[in-house]
Structures are given as C-alpha cells and as structure tokens.
Design a binder for this molecule. Structure first.
Ligand SMILES: Cc1ncc(COP(=O)(O)O)c(C=O)c1O
Length: 476
C-alpha cells in the first residue's frame, strides 16, 4: 500500500491487517460507518468506500439493520478439490441422461434446489423483461411475430459486437449467428466439424449436457483433467494429442461448470497455441463469462486466436433469461456451414426474445443488472461455502469460484457422493453428484452445489442436513 493510494484504500488496508492479526475477530461488529469516519477524520462516503472494498474482498459482511461484521473465514481453510490425473483414454458415452434427471429434480418443488445450475427466478429481471418485450412488440406491430432467419437479428448482433470488446476481442456483427441457447451453438459447432466415430477432447469433470450431446452424435470423448484453480491440464492435453487423433476440443475456460475455475490468460494463450499447432478447432463455451464476483470479466480464448481456430459460443441463459433461449456463435471460417446446418435443423431463431435482450443491452439495463447480480452471487456463494465448511466432515474440500454460482465439493476418503445424493433426495434436498460430470462415472467423492438462490432458512437447514448425512457416511 503506498501513500499515493486513495484514502479509502489505505483505510481498508489497515482494517484488513487488523482482521488478519485477529485484533478484529470473526463475528465482531465493525464500528459504524459514521463512527469510523469520526475516528479517522474522514468523510462518511470515504469510510463507506473503505467498508465496501473490504466487503468485496470478503473480509466483512453487511447484515440488514445491524451494520458491518467481520466474516467467518472457515471456508478459506478448506483445501481445494483435487482432480486426480489419470491417463486420458478415449471413451464412448454411457447411457443415463443426467440433464433429464437434473431438470426433473429442479421441477420437483419438494426438493431444495441445490442440484441443477439454474439461477433463482427471484434474482432474474423477469418483470422488467416482460415489460420491455411488450414495448418492443408494440413498436414492431405485426412484424413482431415473424421469423428471425439466420444469422439472426442485426440489432442483437451489433450489441454482441460492441460487447466483444469486453471479452478482449473485436468481433464484427456479421461474425455472429444467433442460436437457440449455448446448447445449439456448441451442437452446431460439433456437427460442422465432426463425423460420427470422431474423438473430441472434453474437460474432466465436464458439464454433463456436453456428454449427452456427444452421445447423441455418436462422438467419442477424450477427457483431460481440469484443475479447480487453473482450468485444463495443458501438459496432459499435449501428451494426449500426441497419442490420439482428435477432431475438436470443447472447453469452458471462464467459471467452468462444475469447478468454477477460470483459466488464466497465460494458460488461455498456451491452450490456443497448442490447438493451433495441432490444427484442432477449439470450441469455447463462454456461458458464464459475464458473472465475475469482483473486477472485470475474464477474457475469452477467442481473444488469443491468431489462426481463426476458436469457435466462440455463449448465451444469456445463465445470467438473464434461461427460457428465452437466446445464444450466439462466432465461428469464423465455419460460419457458412453452421448457418446452413442451423437452417436445416431449426430454420429460424426467436425474434421477440432476441430483440428484447438486444434492447436491454442497448439501454444499459443489462450492465446495471449484472453489477447487482454478480455481487449477489458472490455473497450467496461465500455464504454457501461457509455453511458447507461448517457442516461437512473434516477433510472435505471446496472450490473457490471467482464467478458464477456453482460450487464443487470433494468429500474425504471413501464417502460415496451417489449415496449422499440418494439420501439427500430422501431428505428433500437436490444436489448434483460427481459421477454425472464424468463419462466414465468418476468423481464418486464429489458433488456440485447450486448457489443461485438467495440465502434463506430453508437452504440453511438443507446444508446442515446434507452435512449430517455426509458425516454419517464418513463415519468408520
Ligand atoms: C457450461 C454450460 N454450457 C451450456 C449450458 C446450456 O446453456 P443454454 O441454456 O444457453 O443452452 C449450460 C447449462 O447448464 C452450461 O453449464
């Protein structure tokens, strides 16, 4: 901390040191903002800025009508889950369809929804978007019920083009094609590149929707480990590429599902270089990229793409409107092929939902909404980490996501996450067990938790019950 730093940063630094040295302990009430401003001889807004900074760094939390308190840091003592490195082997996809079971758990209102990675409707701007859609519809009149043929609404593509600067890219509107969610985007990319029987590198653990997609397309998977802190293991990837003929590679570099990891820029650059050198198209699924807990959103792999091998896919499902089914793809030289595949399979996009999202982006509503939602997801995720750290058996590990709203947990030796899943379900709690995230049934000691719902007593009780079940299973 230097003397030239703004006063609020210096004050935040002083308080941070007091918390680290335990002069201020977990649960202690901080001086009120007004008190602190008088103590330090600074203005109230400056003290508030210092507190807000400490809050964003996770040192203190605001409690309604009670002031600021030093947060518990139990979760920070929990280790991060470890992805075991086994020799990557080409595998065919097994049968059960996890997407179906996750959706049906989610629709079951007797289950506390900690399984599917779906944000709470309470957090989404449903009413605002409905009003916006009505006004867009009125403006368009009869045209509002028309087709939106590929490449899709130019006004949305212009907004995406503008936003691509935030992703570290500078994509033109005509480089985008609007899709039915990220699912259609990734599926079109795979269909444009692969033939049945081809092998695709996937992450291990991986988003289970991708495994289902590969199975339906009769593609084989080559799973490469993902580390909860830095994405795909690139040394293992390089070795795997030397030994196998691979047609494509699909990755979620920003706030990976399920580990929450963000691949660093250095790793992103190296991943793009490896795939360029091996002439392997790299399908990037950036579904969660807009949801950093603090600071700017991470860059896309596409930002490092010199050779045009990255196919960028994304959607507004996980952050704005899952049911609008609005996604996009920027596929470079594959765009023509993808456009005709899209026409052959779904003919058109959905005009009114695309235009509503475009309007929300254009008027600044989306950016304002993101600021509040990212903050809320950070607090919800932190709250969940603390509650799990206090409830799960000793030796459990928790991921440290820097964005999004999912947590990856690893249980100590011998505890079976499938057994935990079944017993939790019988107690009215939905979770996503680890084996769903592996084409070969791995990760039997792991599970994923959705933190997309505002914290409430029902969730608090559910986490305590989950911890009790896990402790029972862990008991010798
Ligand atoms: C990584 C990832 N990609 C894609 C999807 C599906 O996105 P969409 O609803 O836009 O099709 C999900 C949903 O959970 C996901 O986690």
């Amino acid at each position: 901390m230097s003397r030239r730093d703004p006063i609020y940063q210096r004050l935040a630094g002083v308080l941070e040191k007091m918390i680290q040295s335990q002069s201020l302990r977990t649960g202690d009430r901080m001086p009120s903002v007004r008190q602190f401003s008088m103590q330090q001889g600074v203005s109230v807004p400056t003290s508030l800025q210092a507190y807000t900074l400490l809050e964003s760094r996770g040192w203190i939390e605001a409690r309604p009508k009670s002031g600021f308190f030093v947060r518990s840091r139990l979760a920070d003592m929990a280790p991060e889950p470890v992805t075991k490195i086994s020799r990557p082997q080409v595998t065919t996809m097994g049968d059960p369809n996890p997407v179906e079971s996750m959706f049906s758990d989610y629709a079951n209102d007797r289950l506390v929804p900690l399984g599917a990675a779906i944000p709470s409707a309470k957090r989404l701007p449903g009413v605002k978007l409905t009003r916006l859609m009505a006004s867009v519809g009125r403006r368009l009149g009869d045209e509002s019920i028309g087709y939106d043929p590929p490449p899709g609404s130019i006004s949305l593509r212009r907004e995406l083009s503008r936003r691509s600067l935030d992703w570290g890219c500078a994509l033109q509107a005509d480089e985008f094609l609007i899709t039915i969610g990220a699912t259609e985007a990734v599926s079109l990319a795979l269909r444009a590149i692969c033939e049945p029987g081809d092998t695709v590198v996937i992450e291990s653990p991986t988003y289970f929707g991708l495994a289902g997609m590969l199975r339906e397309m009769r593609l084989k998977a080559l799973p490469v480990p993902v580390h909860p802190s830095d994405g795909l293991d690139l040394d293992v990837l390089e070795r795997a590429l030397r030994k196998n003929r691979v047609k494509a590679c699909v990755v979620v570099p920003n706030f990976h599902n399920p580990t929450g990891s963000v691949t660093s820029d250095v790793h992103k650059k190296r991943l793009v270089e490896i795939c360029s050198r091996n002439h392997i198209p790299l399908i990037e699924d950036d579904t969660y990229g807009d949801l950093p807990h603090v600071g700017p959103r991470p860059r896309c792999l596409k930002a490092f793409d010199q050779e045009g091998i990255v196919i960028l896919c994304g959607s507004f499902s996980k952050k704005l409107a899952p049911g609008y089914r609005v996604g996009y793809i920027a596929a470079g030289s594959w765009q023509g092929r993808i456009r005709s595949l899209k026409q052959a399979s779904t003919l058109s996009g959905t005009l009114l939902t695309s235009l509503t999202i475009s309007e929300f982006l254009k008027t600044g509503g989306y950016d304002r909404y993101l600021r509040s939602i990212c903050h809320a997801y950070r607090l919800q995720t932190e709250r969940m980490r603390e509650a799990l750290a206090a409830s799960l058996p000793d030796g459990s590990a928790l991921s440290r996501p820097q964005g999004g709203y999912i947590l990856w947990c690893q249980l100590p030796g011998g505890v079976d996450a499938m057994e935990l899943y079944h017993q939790a379900r019988s107690s009215g709690i939905g979770i996503a067990p680890g084996p769903l995230f592996s084409p070969v049934g791995g990760f039997r000691d792991c599970f994923r938790i959705n933190c997309g719902h505002p914290w409430d007593p029902v969730i608090e009780r559910a986490v305590k019950t989950l911890g009790r079940i896990a402790k029972r299973l862990a008991a010798p």
